[in-house]
Design a protein around this ligand. Structure first.
Ligand SMILES: [Zn+2]
Length: 79
């Protein structure tokens, strides 16, 4: 009888370890996918300068008549 109890206890312990391991693994995957999303967020929409072809973030680019320019110097002076 005590031998059977030991087997049950051992099986319970193994089951608990497996459950904990699976939970830990799932948590790690969640964290990894979350950090992936965060790293993907800073990639902004890039626009191309009409004058020199340089790619600049849309926020930093200068827009004129629907066209983007990297700097003030590349803005067409006459329209
Ligand atoms: Zn330019």
């Amino acid at each position: 009888m005590p031998g059977l109890v030991r087997v049950i206890l051992l099986a319970l312990l193994i089951w608990l370890i497996i459950r904990l391991y699976q939970r830990f693994k799932a948590l790690g995957q969640q964290r990894r996918s979350a950090s992936k999303k965060q790293s993907a967020r800073p990639i902004e929409n890039m626009v191309r300068c009409e004058q020199c072809g340089t790619h600049v973030p849309e926020k930093e680019a200068l827009e004129q008549d629907g066209h983007y320019y990297c700097s003030r110097a590349h803005l067409p002076r006459h329209r």
